[in-house]
Ligand binder design. Structure first.
Ligand code: NAD
Length: 284
């Protein structure tokens, strides 16, 4: 079993604080990547319908030989395209998408199901959330949450429903630490999950201030960034298809960043995103 810490969510379920993301992993590569990750000690896997690798991810889960109840599987509704999600057929459409994801994964429940994007320019996501309420009540999604939501959309959900999303998965890394949104989440019992937690591994991991902290601890820059997420109470889901990096990214216990390290990392914040701003971005 992994010794990675976990976080208790607002419905009483627990999520490992470090998981394995599979965006941009081809379906036929996902099986090996997921199996390698589980063998390395990851117990949480983050996929999505739009990644088109739920089948390979499911095969990796099936062949890794770890009991289902020890794993934490997240997938996401691709609430985009030309479907009328807010119309009367919206709920049925969600349930059909969910069934398709489960079938591809080869599972009979997921631990977490997320609305992938808010798409505020398309109005209400009320019907989608009603379907999510049903999935949560049925236990086919042990927990439900959202991704890329801002306070306005979270407020709208809280007004509509007594079912508060367990977490919001958003872009978050030292360049873009999301302190305001994290404060909102904390106030409302919503956990924060970081996507692109390594800043997609580009310039961030070569930042001199980060490299210096890594050298001080005898760790790699990626390990320091992941440690930073853990110490801030954030859930992180780094991606890699390289076995040595998959193992490196979970080897983040046994050292602690101190105040000087944390302020060195705080100095990297630029306030700039790598991905699109969900408030103004539509996938259509
Ligand atoms: P990431 O920050 O995890 O970076 C991954 C990249 O960093 C790898 O492709 C590799 O090039 C590099 N890398 C990984 N480990 C490294 C190491 N130890 N040393 C050096 N380089 C290393 O970026 P990501 O894949 O964009 O995000 C992680 C996961 O978040 C995704 O796989 C996906 O599951 C999720 N995600 C969700 C959304 C969303 O809208 N909800 C958007 C993007 C990503």
């Amino acid at each position: 079993m992994s010794t990675i810490p976990s976080i208790t969510l607002n419905n009483g379920t627990r999520i490992p604080q470090l998981g394995f993301g599979v965006w941009q992993v081809e379906d036929d590569a996902a099986e090996a990547a997921v199996r390698t990750a589980i063998e390395a000690g990851y117990r949480s896997i983050d996929t999505a319908a739009i990644y088109e690798n739920e089948t390979g991810t499911g095969r990796g889960i099936a062949t890794a030989g770890v009991p289902r109840e020890e794993l934490y599987i997240t997938t996401k509704l691709w609430n985009s395209g030309t479907k009328d999600w807010s119309g009367p057929q919206g709920q049925d459409a969600v349930l059909r998408e969910f069934d398709a994801s489960l079938a591809k994964l080869g599972l009979d429940y997921v631990d977490l199901y997320l609305i992938h994007w808010p798409r505020p320019m398309h109005g209400s996501f009320g019907n989608i959330w009603s379907a999510f309420e049903k999935l949560a009540a049925d236990g086919r999604a042990r927990a439900v949450g959202v991704s890329n939501f801002g306070p306005a959309q979270l407020d709208a959900l809280r007004e509509q429903s007594g079912l508060v999303p367990v977490l919001n998965q958003v872009e978050l890394h030292p360049y873009f630490p999301q302190d305001e949104l994290r404060a909102y989440h904390a106030e409302h019992g919503i956990a924060t999950e970081a996507w692109s937690p390594l800043g997609q591994g580009k310039t961030l991991l070569g930042e001199p201030a980060l490299v210096q902290v890594a050298e001080k601890h005898g760790r790699t820059p990626a390990q320091v960034v992941l440690r930073w997420h853990l110490q801030r109470g954030v859930i992180a889901i780094p991606k890699s298809v390289t076995p040595s990096r998959i193992r490196e990214n979970i080897d983040v216990l046994g050292f602690e960043l101190d105040e000087a390290d944390l302020s060195a990392l705080a100095g990297l914040a630029t306030g700039e995103r790598i991905g699109p701003d969900p408030q103004g971005f539509d996938w259509n």
